[in-house]
Design a protein. Structure first.
Length: 221
């Protein structure tokens, strides 16, 4: 519950958000936060983990009715994935811009000095040494380990495969390849700067291109 309340505040304020702000928004005492998390950094890390995690979007994908036409199913999936990726980008971007680095050693917090009353966080240091787990998988700043990103991509692809499974016979390609093409188109659309795309594909256009291509008459020269 604390993380769910904290996420929009983290997206707005980044690492500058205070535990007192989060406590007020959650309607709890600030001490309650420190019974769940040892300091603000651990809470911020939990927010990143929640934003990166796929559980929420997988539930949304699983809730799409298989009785709907495949184009409708994929359009709803595109909207759910867009919301997931935008939330992920907003939370991680806000934390990165405000100086938070996931997985710092205790006492090298992201600033703000929020810790259990009387604990007194040590000042942050430039050029902190290796992060916790430094011998494990490499990670992008504030992001999941590389093997974690690959696992998330596989989980999302499999969810899309299940979504289009009832129409397997209608596709020229395997459902796995169709799902990969769908995710590739979607991610490219979301990552294309507006300056380079005056009119980005709408979700309906994206699904139309995926299912029917860009020719007036598919199969013509």
């Amino acid at each position: 519950m604390i993380v769910a309340v904290a996420l929009p505040l983290v997206a707005e304020y980044g690492a500058a958000v205070t535990t007192s702000q989060i406590a007020r928004a959650a309607g709890i005492g600030e001490a309650t936060i420190f019974r769940a998390f040892k300091d603000k950094d651990e809470l911020l890390d939990a927010c990143v983990a929640e934003a990166v995690g796929t559980d929420h979007v997988l539930r949304e994908l699983a809730s799409i009715s298989l009785d709907e036409p495949v184009a409708v199913r994929l359009t709803e999936a595109a909207e759910a994935l867009r919301a997931h990726l935008e939330r992920l980008g907003t939370v991680i971007g806000a934390l990165h811009a405000s100086g938070h680095r996931r997985g710092r050693e205790p006492g090298t917090g992201s600033g703000g000095g929020d810790g259990p009353p009387g604990s007194g966080d040590a000042p942050s240091r430039e050029g902190d040494g290796p992060r916790r787990g430094g011998d494990g998988p490499s990670r992008a700043p504030d992001g999941p380990p590389r093997d974690g990103r690959a696992e998330s991509a596989t989980v999302l692809r499999n969810a899309v495969v299940e979504l289009i499974g009832p129409d397997r016979a209608a596709f020229r390609l395997s459902p796995e390849k169709v799902a990969a093409a769908f995710l590739g188109l979607l991610f490219t659309r979301l990552q294309t700067p507006v300056a380079e795309a005056d009119a980005p594909l709408t979700p309906d256009e994206l699904i139309d291109v995926l299912l029917h291509g860009t020719l007036h008459h598919p199969g013509s020269p």
